[in-house]
Design a protein around this ligand. Structure first.
Ligand SMILES: C[S@@+](CC[C@H](N)C(=O)[O-])C[C@H]1O[C@@H](n2cnc3c(N)ncnc32)[C@H](O)[C@@H]1O
Length: 377
């Protein structure tokens, strides 16, 4: 990074540096994921320069560039801004402010480990991941929000799940739940997914559930996260589809034109507030076609297509399938029929689709740094 950019970056770090709240000594039980993140930093690197991090006086410190990363409520704050690279086009600040004000998804006061497990198992995606991910997988939930999925997946014995998000308020809720219900196999840290504070090729699974479409450069973010996967690792992502999202956008326009006088149609109780704001008040979202991900994004990053929900064409997918086998993502006609089906269902739902791909980059390519350079350029 050159002189002016360096100064900008330093200013940005200062802007994001918050007071250290606790951490006189590591309060986390030895052996749990949060303890590992706080003290050993084995898979962590400096989000600014990629240098080696060391734990000293309750702060993670980069031995290369000297940056310091304190913790808040036991959550390492490894956020580094990237607006110096993307300029005014960048939406990170807007999105960060939005989710700090409206952490998502919400927990209910009556929530417990059992109720979260029960609710998660009702979702085909969470069920599929819980059943199909390797028992001892190291998983990154990038943009984990308040950590419902990370806490649910972290309830399994040998698994290790790291939930990472830019919204500190969301992470505080995630960690509060984890601490209260002793979910030792989930840990949380603050990051910007354009500056992931992890070594390359360390995760078995990376999840970005309803996240990348809230960034200025979804494909760039996908490529950066893809580089964190081991060979044969799985990328699970969900995104909005332009046709599937049409119904939601019409309603959004209606609420805006009525200055929210019609909001009562969907927001009748405090419980519905979070979902309403999430669906209709987002500061920024992009939308993506099935083929764009299954063919373009996956090809650019050397992934093979495994799964999509809704299913494309005549595949008979149920949520219980085996993620070991690659599938054909269908031709444009089949994809369009699936998207038209989403448009019809978009009258009631929010137009998200899920896609899972497998990293086909070979270990030698990762060592030579080939994929990350090709994809991120
Ligand atoms: C719609 S919420 C999804 C939360 C969670 N994945 C879920 O499905 O319940 C989107 C999340 O992405 C996070 N996010 C957006 N841009 C990000 C970025 N650049 N780095 C890290 N997290 C980001 C937001 O803070 C927010 O918590």
């Amino acid at each position: 990074m050159g002189g002016v950019q360096d100064r900008d970056a330093n200013a940005a770090v200062r802007r994001f540096r918050a007071p250290v709240v606790d951490m006189n000594s590591c309060p986390e039980p030895v052996g749990c994921v949060q303890h590992g993140l706080l003290q050993h930093a084995g898979i962590l690197v400096c989000p600014r320069c990629g240098g080696h991090l060391e734990f000293s006086l309750d702060i993670l410190e980069c031995k290369c560039c000297g940056s310091e990363y304190p913790s808040d409520s036991g959550i390492p704050r490894l956020f580094f801004p990237h607006d110096v690279l993307y300029g005014p086009r960048d939406v990170t600040h807007k999105v960060k402010d939005f989710y700090d004000e409206n952490p998502f998804p919400q927990y209910e006061d009556s929530d417990s480990a059992d109720s979260l497990r029960e609710r998660s198992l009702a979702s085909p995606l969470a069920r599929l991941l819980d059943n199909q991910l390797p028992a001892s997988a190291l998983i990154l939930d990038a943009g984990c929000g308040t950590g419902h999925l990370a806490n649910f997946l972290g309830m399994r014995e040998e698994r290790q799940v790291i939930g990472a998000d830019l919204s500190l308020n969301s992470l505080r809720e995630a960690k509060r739940f984890k601490d209260r219900w002793a979910v030792h196999n989930a840990g949380f840290l603050q990051m910007n997914l354009f500056r992931p504070p992890f070594r390359k090729a360390v995760f078995d699974v990376v999840i970005a559930n309803s996240v990348l479409h809230h960034t200025s450069d979804p494909l760039g973010a996908f490529s950066l996260l893809a580089a964190l996967l081991k060979p044969d690792g799985l990328f699970v992502l969900s995104l909005f589809n332009p046709l599937g999202r049409a119904g939601n956008n019409m309603r959004r326009l209606l609420y805006r034109l009525s200055k929210d006088r019609l909001a009562f149609l969907r927001w009748r109780s405090e419980k519905q507030r979070g979902r309403f704001i999430q669906r209709y008040k987002q500061p920024y979202e992009s939308r993506h076609f099935l083929g764009e991900i299954a063919q373009e994004w996956f090809a650019a990053n050397e992934f093979e297509f495994l799964y999509s929900s809704p299913r494309i064409g005549s595949q008979q997918l149920s949520g219980g399938e085996d993620l070991r086998y690659a599938r054909w993502p269908g031709d444009r006609g089949m994809q369009l029929r699936t998207e038209l089906g989403m448009m019809l269902r978009g009258i009631v739902n929010d137009g998200l689709f899920v896609m899972i791909g497998r990293n086909k980059v070979k270990p030698e390519q990762i060592e030579a740094g080939e994929r990350s350079q090709a994809a991120v350029a």
